[in-house]
Write a protein that binds this ligand. Structure first.
Ligand SMILES: Cc1ncc(C[n+]2csc(CCOP(=O)(O)OP(=O)(O)O)c2C)c(N)n1
Ligand SMILES: [Mg+2]
Length: 333
């Protein structure tokens, strides 16, 4: 969809079909991506170049961007998971994160960050971003109690969950957010099993129900949208901000490594993963999909859903459409 460098622009002046009115949105989006790229590359990348992330890791792209936007005045918590596993803590200051980072346990990230945040605020320092970058297992399952309590107490931290929809670091086991029908090592495909049989937890909606000041969904394939949301989260001073990041995983979902950005875009274009924010209880879509694509455009891209029968695909399509319709209603309230 984005015009590659050097390619001829699609928009032809004076052509009755290729009008700016009809296709201007492509150029607006391209402009926004270029501006975001300029913005993030003029500041230092706070993650060293070498790490052991899989090729095509969406979460690594998101983490690099996140640190560039947050800047050096940031304390980062990375619980056990792929982002810890790739070497973010680093070795003798020569690799990994260039800002202070620590490993909490899988289950106490938000509690530890709350303590750090309070210590800084007590010293009158409110210029420091206290941030978690945690997987879905560390967020929706093992770490949920401490996260929910920190949200309820109004702890002023930024909690980012990168959701690759399974316990990837330990070899693709199902998590609370793994969607229905997904293949994982613990939800196999065979005579008696059609992948995961339960629905995934809707973590961003659960966090919105805590009544915290800012909740958003984001996707590294839509970086300008994510950057705007992160900047908003950094401004919040009266409670927790929670960002739920879609995070495509070529290794665990089994798709070619060069397809990560495309997979992430199609997740949004099928309405499977709408981009929204909830500021002080008010829900808003931040990216309107012009023509929703069928869910098969998404499922056929990866092995994780390769087993789906036409009947299961229609059921999945119905679920996606129903969820999206109720979400639209929520935005109108
Ligand atoms: C209490 C506890 N149980 C299990 C583990 C082992 N463990 C380490 S990483 C991990 C997977 C975490 O999954 P997720 O949070 O989704 O991150 P991802 O690996 O997908 O990036 C598990 C189960 C642990 N560290 N602590
Ligand atoms: Mg995970």
């Amino acid at each position: 969809m984005i015009t590659p460098k050097g390619a001829k622009p699609i928009l032809v002046k004076d052509d009755s079909f290729f009008t700016k009115k009809r296709f201007g949105f492509i150029f607006n989006e391209e402009k926004k991506i270029k501006e975001a790229y300029k913005e993030i590359t003029k500041v230092e990348d706070l993650l060293s170049p070498g790490n052991s992330a899989c090729l095509g890791c969406h979460a690594e792209l998101a983490l690099r961007t996140t640190l560039r936007i947050l800047g050096a005045n940031t304390i980062l918590a990375i619980p056990p998971g792929c982002m810890g596993g790739i070497g973010v803590v680093g070795f003798q200051g020569g690799s990994g994160s260039k800002i202070p980072v620590f490993f909490p346990l899988l289950d106490n990230t938000a509690a530890m960050l709350a303590g750090i945040n309070r210590a800084y605020r007590r010293q009158g320092r409110d210029d420091i971003n206290v941030v978690a970058f945690a997987g879905d297992g560390g967020t929706a399952d093992a770490g949920f109690q401490s996260l929910s309590e920190a949200a309820e107490r109004g702890e002023n931290i930024i909690y980012i969950c990168y959701d690759n929809e399974a316990y990837m670091n330990t070899g693709v086991q199902r998590s609370g957010t793994t969607p229905k029908w997904s293949w994982t090592q613990t939800t196999p495909i065979g005579q008696d099993s059609r992948g995961k049989s339960q629905k995934g937890k809707d973590m961003p909606m659960i966090m919105a129900q805590h009544g915290i000041p800012y909740v958003a969904t984001a996707n590294p394939s839509f970086l300008p949208d994510y950057i705007e949301k992160l900047k908003k989260a950094m401004q919040i001073r009266n409670g927790m901000s929670y960002i739920h990041l879609y995070s495509g995983c070529p290794t665990g979902w089994k798709f070619p490594t060069e397809k990560t950005i495309e997979v992430g875009r199609i997740a949004v274009e099928t309405n499977l993963y709408p981009l929204w924010e909830c500021e002080n209880g008010k829900f808003k879509l931040t990216h309107k999909v012009r023509k929703r694509r069928p869910i098969s455009d998404y499922s056929q891209l990866m092995q994780k859903y390769a087993h789906l029968t036409p009947a299961e695909l229609s059921e999945l399509q119905r679920q996606v459409d129903d969820t999206y319709r109720s979400f639209e209603k929520l935005c109108k309230l």
